[in-house]
Write a protein that binds this ligand. Structure first.
Ligand SMILES: [Zn+2]
Ligand SMILES: [Zn+2]
Length: 130
């Protein structure tokens, strides 16, 4: 088992005291305040690190930055963030936390609408022809 990534993290095997500085925006991320057991992304910029294969298991050796690339609305209206690892391309989803930055969530959710892959004029022509 490769444990080289362990030494620069606080030992959290007793649970609870898992805090770290976000590698992307340097925001201090603390586990309490998230409203869930596993604080796994930064509430300020929504980025995460590729540390888990299953949520909270810390068994991934990659350590790459997981970028929030989209929002997924689950049955019942709960939002989840879709993360993609910049290093290995792994995709994962994470429930949003109570203190996630709502403006950042909205900007991630609206990003595809701000850059559609086709000219909006052609969309209007399609609508007119209905
Ligand atoms: Zn951050
Ligand atoms: Zn990765």
């Amino acid at each position: 088992m490769n444990r080289k990534n362990i030494h620069n993290r606080h030992d959290s095997h007793c649970g609870g005291g898992d805090s770290f500085n976000c590698k992307v925006c340097n925001h201090l991320v603390v586990s309490h305040g998230a409203g869930s057991l596993h604080r796994n992304h930064c509430p300020n910029c929504l980025s995460s690190l590729h540390l888990d294969n299953e949520p909270g298991d810390r068994s991934a050796d990659c350590g790459g930055i997981m970028e929030a690339i989209g929002v997924w609305v689950k049955n019942g209206g709960e939002w989840a963030i879709i993360h993609r690892c910049k290093r290995c391309g792994e995709l994962s989803t994470n429930r949003i936390a109570a203190d996630d930055n709502p403006l950042k969530l909205m900007s991630v959710a609206l990003r595809p609408l701000s850059a559609p892959p086709f000219p909006l004029d052609s969309l209007r022509l399609t609508v007119d022809s209905l």
